[in-house]
Design a protein. Structure first.
Length: 223
């Protein structure tokens, strides 16, 4: 299945392009994200980004609610919006025009330009592609119940070597309300996950996932 960086993301739509460009699988970038943000943040022009705390850089045209809690390292890019009670635990990139909503928590993650986690979401050890959207209450579960390293269940199982790994959402992926994306889930470009789904493995690009036991159908076939 198409789960490599080049299959999931348009790297022109993120300030983290340099980090991801040298990787085959997107999760390989996550262990390096903290130091990448620190190095990149220090190079950002002061005319465009203000220093809002230790290792925290916020674009001057971004909108950040006074009730948001922002921990570094963190970059908030141009036109992004962090709403009331957004909680960034650190090691996060919020892309241009991206939305982090009420009571949404971010940790060790990349939100590409236009990505949205607007209502009560948890995005941990995860990557959301350009204009990917998570419905209210949808979460990326990032730790297995048995605490073993996460395996991505594709055509063949891919050990990641990571104990914590959430979901990889391709560009324009749509995740319905209250869906749970289990550790190591990959949702392809333009794929749709139905509300209240429990997802494990890989949802191919341009497919719809309707729930456990239900077939994964191409979008045009599911209309």
């Amino acid at each position: 299945m198409n789960i490599e960086v080049r299959d999931l993301f348009d790297l022109s739509a993120t300030i983290a392009a340099e980090l991801l460009a040298g990787k085959r699988y997107p999760w390989e970038a996550l262990p390096e994200l903290r130091e990448f943000i620190r190095a990149l943040g220090a190079s950002l022009p002061e005319s465009e980004y203000r220093r809002a705390g230790e290792d925290v850089w916020i674009a001057r045209d971004a909108v950040v609610a006074p009730t948001a809690c922002l921990n570094g390292p963190l970059i908030v890019d141009h036109g992004a919006e962090l709403r009331h009670c957004a909680f960034v635990r650190g090691s996060a990139i919020v892309g241009k025009g991206a939305v982090v909503g009420n009571s949404t928590e971010l940790k060790n993650c990349i939100l590409f330009d236009g990505a949205q986690a607007p209502h009560f979401n948890y995005v941990g050890d995860a990557i959301l592609g350009a204009r990917a959207h998570m419905g209210a209450g949808a979460v990326t579960s990032n730790v297995r119940s048995d605490k073993r390293n996460v395996v991505v269940h594709a055509e063949t199982d891919l050990p990641t070597g990571l104990r914590k790994l959430g979901a990889m959402l391709g560009d324009r992926a749509e995740v319905g309300c209250n869906a749970v994306l289990n550790p190591g889930t990959v949702v392809g470009r333009d794929a749709i996950v139905y509300p209240a789904s429990c997802v494990r493995g890989v949802i191919p690009a341009n497919h719809i996932f309707k729930g456990v036991g239900a077939p994964v159908a191409r979008r045009e076939e599911a209309r």
